[in-house]
Design a protein around this ligand. Structure first.
Ligand SMILES: *[C@@H]1O[C@H](CO)[C@@H](O)[C@H](O)[C@H]1NC(C)=O
Ligand SMILES: *[C@@H]1O[C@H](CO)[C@@H](O)[C@H](O)[C@H]1NC(C)=O
Ligand SMILES: *[C@@H]1O[C@H](CO)[C@@H](O)[C@H](O)[C@H]1NC(C)=O
Ligand SMILES: *[C@@H]1O[C@H](CO)[C@@H](O)[C@H](O)[C@H]1NC(C)=O
Ligand SMILES: *[C@@H]1O[C@H](CO)[C@@H](O)[C@H](O)[C@H]1NC(C)=O
Ligand SMILES: *[C@@H]1O[C@H](CO)[C@@H](O)[C@H](O)[C@H]1NC(C)=O
Length: 526
């Protein structure tokens, strides 16, 4: 996932630059509990699905094994760029070899579904052309193991990890050539796995992939240009995010079109796209901030959802970005419009939006400057140094999708709490966070949201994009110092209780916490 914190008073124009490194950011934060406090699994529809997620590069390891070629993420971390502190996913959780054990843990936890991604460069090492039999075998094994245990596979095709070889050949997502190669890759996945896989997500966080990869350079492929971003040797922050975003949309819709043409009738599956979807609230109640908040929503969310639902970019993006916004031709518009069965949201918190009109006076502008806002971590009336994490943010974004985008079928693909990795297994703050957000989701469902499923991020502590192995979101701790052993945290027990239909009210939780024992040999517990 992509997690950002903005410290009040620090930021000028360069939004995402102010960011990050939340290594010390332990989120023991106030959480506004939803109106539904006492709920169980049976309050949700039976066909609503609960799971947890990971992505290929973050857990698989075995990056040089069995014919896999590097992805842009391998390259990025091996150049020691970004915020993963020199760490790499070379070994990660070694899920490539331990998938059976991991599925066993999923069974123990009671997961109904598992969201994971396929490594394009493991399946098709040259980016296009021959399929790697070892890669095929691995994903078949994983899928079969899940199915055998009644766990639905929900697969993402590209989670920030397209093949480096295509990046070298034609600049990856900057070229429309990627549309053809991505579609051919999707074709292989649908053909090989689609008899057992019903839920496909083309791209993870398409919007943040374009911003992180091409505007501020904090994420692979790490491109940007002065005065925007940092650590980049190449790029053009003023144009490339929009170009990449455009090609991501085209590649997505091309894959959807292929699925409908070739596979839908026999496989009966669903194809969607995932975006990073925080909620946005005004920093103050001033009219300027309220208007600026709508702008932020249009730039972050509307950038992708507007074309997908209405066939064109939001007016404000076209106005402020001018000639830098690639036009959707009538043909492209038709292809993109309506090209989804569901929308996947990665939702973690709220940004507070402050108007920043001066950025529109800059001669050269990136997305952030075009947006003309400053992102803040809390409202102007919040106590200093206190991030405001309220689960109502999830309610707001779902209500917004209902109102503005005709209530599309939606999956919460990621939601979870970041903590220090080497903390304790008694991750009560994570339990409180999940309890609040899942209760809020129930509120939203009861008011008509068309949400179909919820995936906690992440199933286990993996390699995180922003923070490497210093930070963690997992239900399972993975001990890097002791053969990558997996240990369920308190949150795994809590989620398991919930999934098995038991009461998960906060007072019950404390009792459960007291009753939860861990091996005395476990070294990281305190
Ligand atoms: C919580 O809900 C359960 C099932 O609906 C009910 O039996 C129980 O009394 C409720 N507890 C409280 C404290 O509301
Ligand atoms: C970015 O692209 C625009 C449009 O092609 C061009 O005018 C500008 O000089 C480029 N900037 C950089 C830093 O290359
Ligand atoms: C905005 O107004 C509401 C209602 O008057 C108030 O509760 C809230 O604290 C205000 N928000 C800010 C950020 O000032
Ligand atoms: C976790 O703690 C162990 C033991 O204190 C230490 O050796 C290891 O470097 C720590 N790992 C991380 C990722 O901080
Ligand atoms: C519930 O949904 C209705 C219809 O979409 C909407 O008008 C109303 O504002 C929502 N209620 C709340 C509390 O958000
Ligand atoms: C949990 O354990 C703590 C300390 O051992 C104790 O003070 C507390 O009363 C216990 N709470 C419950 C609900 O059992």
């Amino acid at each position: 996932m992509y997690s950002v914190t903005i410290h009040a008073k620090m930021s000028k124009q360069l939004i995402m630059e102010v960011i990050v490194v939340l290594v010390t950011m332990l989120q023991f934060l106030p959480i506004t509990v939803s109106s539904v406090d006492n709920y169980t699994r049976s309050d949700f529809p039976a066909d609503f699905v609960f799971g947890a997620g990971t992505s290929a590069y973050q857990v698989e390891g075995a990056t040089f094994e069995d014919g896999r070629s590097p992805s842009i993420w391998d390259t990025f971390v091996h150049e020691d760029r970004g915020l993963s502190k020199g760490a790499t996913g070379d070994t990660a959780c070694d899920a490539y070899h331990r998938y059976k054990e991991d599925v066993q843990h999923m069974v123990e936890t009671g997961l109904e579904a598992y969201r994971f991604s396929i490594s394009w460069s493991r399946l098709i090492p040259n980016g296009r052309g021959p399929v790697n039999p070892k890669g095929l075998e691995y994903y078949n094994n994983l899928i079969n193991e899940l199915i055998k245990h009644g766990i639905q596979p929900h697969i993402t095709l590209c989670h920030i990890d397209n093949p480096q070889v295509l990046e070298d050949e034609y600049g990856g997502w900057l070229s429309q050539k990627i549309v053809r190669d991505f579609t051919a890759y999707a074709d292989v996945c649908f053909k090989e796995f689609g008899d057992r896989v019903l839920h496909w997500t083309t791209l993870n966080e398409a919007n943040i992939f374009a911003i992180g990869g091409y505007d501020n350079g904090y994420t692979p492929p790490g491109r940007c240009s002065p005065p925007f971003g940092m650590m980049c040797t190449q790029g053009n922050s003023t144009t490339e995010p929009y170009i990449a975003g455009h090609n991501l949309l085209l590649a997505h819709s091309s894959a959807v079109k292929l699925y409908y043409k070739k596979y839908k009738a026999t496989q009966h599956g669903f194809v969607g796209i995932n975006i990073y979807a925080p909620w946005f609230s005004p920093y103050t109640n001033s009219t300027e901030d309220i208007i600026a908040t709508q702008r932020a929503i249009d730039f972050f969310i509307g950038w992708f959802l507007h074309p997908l639902v209405f066939g064109d970019y939001p007016d404000i993006i076209k106005k402020n970005g001018g000639k830098r916004i690639p036009a959707l031709t009538p043909h492209q518009s038709k292809l993109v419009k309506g090209s989804f069965d569901f929308i996947g949201l990665n939702h973690y918190f709220t940004f507070y939006i402050k108007d920043n009109p001066s950025s529109l006076k800059m001669d050269i502008r990136d997305i952030t400057a075009d947006m003309a806002v400053i992102l803040m971590s809390g409202p102007s009336d919040a106590p200093p140094d206190q991030n405001d994490v309220t689960s109502s943010s999830l309610y707001e974004i779902l209500e917004y999708l209902k109102k503005v985008y005709a209530n599309p079928p939606t999956y919460i693909h990621e939601n979870g709490l970041r903590t220090k990795r080497n903390g304790t297994l008694y991750d009560t703050p994570r339990v409180k966070y999940l309890h609040a957000y899942i209760g809020t989701l129930l509120d939203a469902l009861r008011n008509g949201s068309n949400t179909k499923g919820y995936f906690q991020w992440s199933f286990m502590d993996g390699f995180e994009l922003l923070g490497g192995y210093q930070v963690a979101y997992g239900l399972y701790y993975v001990d890097l110092d002791d053969k990558l052993k997996r240990y369920p945290k308190f949150s795994a027990h809590w989620y398991s209780n919930f999934l098995k239909g038991r009461s998960i009210r906060p007072d019950e939780m404390i009792k459960l916490e007291n009753e939860t024992f861990y091996p005395s040999t476990f070294r990281a517990s305190q």
